[in-house]
Design a binder for this molecule. Structure first.
Ligand SMILES: [Zn+2]
Ligand SMILES: [Zn+2]
Length: 330
């Protein structure tokens, strides 16, 4: 079954490529006028939705049934028997158990496309299964040719170079003939055995049911969720590097206040100054009287305060605590 999923995956990535090129041709120009960040996120989401939309027809909602093949053959005195979930039933095949000797088409090729194709089976054989190679004509055609010769079931093996990849074949109108697909490697193995004259019998049994559309939608949902999370983190990661206009303005004002404070007059008080008077004014920020060696800041409104008191105040309020004069306007 892993092979089957692998096959579907390739199909999906093909679609993804188609959508990308489509997007590059038209979609991007729609967003050129908006900011780069928004256009990035939008085009990303658009691309994703396109991908999800286009992949919907792919999900037919049809269940896939695997086939268990019980293969038995004799080599010398030993009877070898192997059981494996090696195939999948065709979409139009009855889901039934079928058994019989495996027979190859006669002639130079194994595709059974010629309507006159004969199958080299002994006269005594009652139930038999045709082993046919994929390609040359439709699945329906091959299955009908084998059914007309009396086959009870048809096993079709995939193209060379496809390993053990399988998929459910479409073969409308083939009636009650059981049809399964197996991988190329397994098919060739059987083909060589039979060609050497080994008598091979197979029992085909119905295996497990898989619902591809369910897997597909869950996958799409996960993709979408992952994309949303990725977009969110991308957006968050960019925020500190791209401050908003308001933040930039606040920072500019802070810088201007610092500059204005730096330009205000500073004085170190000494004995004899008129500010040093026990009955005189005190600093309105800390309510302490002025003493010699205190560093004071004199504002443009001529009010003075301890430097250590007024600087933080101005940074926060930018106005004189006594007369409210704005140091940036003064
Ligand atoms: Zn003070
Ligand atoms: Zn003042």
């Amino acid at each position: 079954m892993a092979n089957l999923i692998l096959y579907k995956q390739t199909d999906l990535s093909d679609r993804m490529t188609v959508n990308r090129s489509h997007q590059a041709n038209g979609g991007m120009s729609l967003f050129r006028t908006t900011s780069w960040k928004r256009s990035f996120v939008s085009s990303w989401l658009l691309r994703l939705s396109m991908f999800l939309l286009l992949s919907l027809p792919n999900s037919e909602g049809k269940a896939i049934w695997t086939a268990h093949l019980n293969i038995t053959f004799q080599v010398g005195n030993r009877i070898i028997s192997e059981l494996g979930e090696t195939g999948v039933f065709g979409n139009h095949s009855p889901l039934e158990k079928v058994a019989g000797m495996v027979v190859l088409p006669e002639g130079w090729n194994q595709n059974a496309c010629n309507p006159m194709t004969n199958f080299s089976r002994p006269e005594t054989t009652e139930s038999w299964l045709a082993l046919i190679e994929r390609g040359g004509c439709t699945f329906t055609h091959k299955i009908k040719v084998a059914a007309e010769r009396g086959a009870n079931g048809v096993i079709i093996y995939n193209y060379p170079g496809t390993g053990n990849k399988v998929f459910p074949m479409s073969h409308q109108g083939t009636g009650n003939v059981v049809a399964v697909m197996i991988g190329n490697l397994k098919g060739m193995e059987l083909f060589h055995l039979i060609q050497k004259g080994v008598h091979v019998t197979i029992i085909i049994e119905v295996g497990r049911r898989h619902i591809p559309w369910l897997n597909h939608h869950i996958m799409s949902l996960f993709t979408f969720m992952a994309a949303t999370v990725a977009c969110f983190f991308l957006y968050c990661a960019r925020r500190p590097r791209m401050p908003s206009t308001a933040t930039r303005r606040r920072r500019q004002i802070k810088a201007d206040i610092k500059k204005a404070i730096g330009e205000l007059e500073l004085r170190v008080l000494k004995e004899g100054d008129k500010e040093i008077d026990p009955n005189g004014d005190s600093c309105v920020v800390c309510f302490d009287i002025y003493k010699p060696k205190d560093t004071v800041r004199i504002l443009t409104c001529k009010h003075l305060f301890h430097k250590a008191c007024i600087d933080p105040w101005l940074l926060a309020h930018r106005t004189c605590p006594m007369c409210k004069c704005d140091i940036l306007k003064a």
